[in-house]
Ligand binder design. Structure first.
Ligand SMILES: Cc1cc2nc3c(=O)[nH]c(=O)nc-3n(C[C@H](O)[C@H](O)[C@H](O)COP(=O)(O)OP(=O)(O)OC[C@H]3O[C@@H](n4cnc5c(N)ncnc54)[C@H](O)[C@@H]3O)c2cc1C
Length: 528
């Protein structure tokens, strides 16, 4: 039996960020990860010999620049390669292709609508302004609006002041973003259907809502806030897959002295007199510590590991109410050659960015209609990336890996089980891609189909929610994961939370892990 200052449950990227900051502050830290590899949903695995997949998350943008800097992640192997643009094939035989080159994108949008080309600039500026307003919030511990603690009140006041300093237009935009649907919000700027459909897709990622559902405009902003090398709204690929991000963070944590054990499942958090004092592993081992920091979701942390007998009834009710509602799946393909899109033939640069199957707003909304009634979308929204074009190290020479993120795949199916439906769901995804790239079926060497049930079983994501809980307004900021418990603390003394289920939520961001480390250090005093 060994005594640690902090035991961290889960070695996803947030658990690892938490470990790195705590170890750097001199704490004796142990990370316990259930899987054979660190990274959680940010992981690279050689699923088929020679083909390395970013099995779950596949693009990066939200990773906080201060974490990259402070943990010196490039020295630990992090390299982000830019992802150039989004290509949307259209059934008419045309396409929409937005790239990182501003002038080229303007010309392309003008081909569809001159008005929209003008509006695109204004929209981009407004979103950058909104992103700048929200960005500092990502790094703060949410104040508790019900508390009279002067520090919390000061935080609220400073938020109010920053809101006050926005221009009138930005104030209205901010309120609209918090309340409107992605499509209604975009309707205010644009008239081209395919442009609105593709842009609105960011509003529904990981959320059981449609592009016309109120609240989805905020998720749009959440995905807009990323930056790479100081450029807002840019997305990139991590060389070696998203697992390379987790490995770089793990490298920084180990260098600072953290111990990381994989293949180690925590089954219980030991609570004595209302205080967390250690954990019990699946093999029965008992490890003691001063602080437990959990990067797994509230369902696993509280209902499974702590036990309701140690928790206030009201809190248990809030945890039970917390919405997961997984809505996404993933299909990873090993390819013998590149897909050939009918609307733009051949292996051009349009394949180097994302390919978005989002041809119209109606298509997107119909995809959601299926999910509302307990079916996976018969014609889903698909976000496709072919990382081997940018980073050839992930596939054998001449071959490719293709990542297909799919919505909607509701966790609760009306008929049948996901184990029965898995391959049929995979077929729907392939058939949908084949409508635009007919050669796809002939070039698939292997395929991996991940349903929300698989995400739950293998990654511990309850109901398969990719963000450890929906990013809907009622579960954000001082409400994430539960009202009154958004400050990384929990009703159990010395038990903290540090994963995506805490502010500011999911995505490869690292902010929850960093914010929680700062809170733990502040509340538990000098290094022991
Ligand atoms: C299919 C999919 C696609 C996504 N695409 C993107 C994307 O392209 N870009 C992006 O930014 N984000 C994306 N995301 C979201 C992003 O990957 C997650 O929000 C983020 O990785 C979560 O990190 P985390 O450290 O908070 O939690 P997790 O990654 O969930 O880590 C928690 C860890 O805890 C471990 N664990 C669970 N139970 C136990 C236990 N009992 N004992 C020990 N360990 C345990 C798990 O194995 C896991 O490793 C995607 C997610 C998924 C699932």
């Amino acid at each position: 039996m060994s005594n640690y200052d902090v035991i961290i449950i889960g070695g996803g990227h947030n658990g690892l960020v938490n470990a790195a900051y705590l170890a750097r502050a001199g704490r004796k830290v142990l990370v316990l990860e259930r899987r054979h590899v660190v990274g959680g949903a940010a992981v690279t695995e050689e699923v088929f010999p020679g083909f390395k997949f970013s099995v779950c998350s596949y693009v990066v943008s939200l990773l906080r620049p201060e974490i990259i800097r402070e943990l010196d992640l490039p020295r630990h192997g992090l390299e982000i390669l830019p992802l150039d643009g989004t290509f949307t094939p259209m059934p008419s035989g045309d396409y929409l292709w937005r790239v990182n080159d501003h002038a080229q994108t303007r010309r392309e949008i003008a081909r569809h609508s001159k008005v929209d080309a003008e509006a695109y600039d204004e929209y981009g500026k407004a979103m950058v302004d909104m992103g700048r307003f929200v960005k500092p919030i990502l790094g703060m511990t949410p104040p508790d609006p019900t508390s009279l603690d002067p520090r919390g009140l000061l935080d609220l006041l400073s938020l109010g002041r920053r809101f006050q300093a926005l221009s009138d237009g930005d104030k209205y935009n901010q309120i609209q973003l918090m309340t409107m649907s992605a499509v209604d919000f975009l309707d205010q700027w644009f008239e081209t259907d395919v442009l609105k459909a593709t842009m609105s897709a960011s509003g529904i990622i990981g959320t059981f809502l449609g592009v016309r559902s109120p609240g989805t405009a905020y998720v749009l902003l959440h995905h807009y806030m990323g930056e790479i090398d100081g450029a807002f709204r840019s997305w990139g690929l991590s060389r070696g897959g998203t697992g390379a991000i987790s490995n770089a963070i793990a490298g920084a944590a180990r260098e600072a002295g953290a111990e990381i054990r994989t293949g180690t499942t925590v089954s219980k958090i030991i609570v004595k007199d209302g205080t967390a004092v250690g954990v019990v592993l699946e093999n029965g081992d008992y490890l003691t510590c001063q602080v437990v920091s959990s990067s797994v979701d509230p369902n696993l942390t509280f209902l499974h590991m702590v036990g309701t007998e140690h928790l206030p009834d009201e809190f248990v009710a809030d945890v039970r109410r917390y919405k997961f509602r997984g809505s996404s799946g993933k299909v990873n393909l090993a390819l013998d050659a590149l897909p050939d899109f009918t609307c733009r033939r051949g292996p051009g640069p349009h394949l180097r960015g994302a390919v978005s199957i989002s041809p119209s707003v109606e298509y997107m909304e119909r995809a959601y209609d299926d999910a509302k009634y307990g079916r996976y979308s018969r014609r889903p929204y698909i976000d496709i990336v072919i990382p081997s074009l940018t980073d050839p190290s992930v596939a054998p020479p001449g071959k490719h890996v293709m990542s297909c993120f799919v919505q909607y795949a509701p966790y609760h199916l009306k008929e049948g089980t996901w184990d029965e439906q898995r391959e049929a769901f995979g077929d729907v995804v392939i058939n949908t891609i084949a409508e635009h790239a007919p050669n796809i079926k002939d070039i698939i060497l292997h395929r991996q189909v991940l349903t929300p049930l698989d995400l739950e079983r293998e990654w511990g994501l309850t109901e398969g929610n990719i963000f450890q809980g929906e990013l809907t307004l009622e579960q954000l900021f001082f409400l994430r994961p539960a009202p009154g418990w958004a400050r990384y603390r929990t009703p159990i003394k010395s038990l903290y939370m540090c994963g995506s289920a805490t502010h500011p939520g999911g995505g490869i961001m690292g902010a929850p892990g960093r914010n929680a480390a700062q809170r733990i250090l502040k509340e538990t005093g000098a290094s022991s």
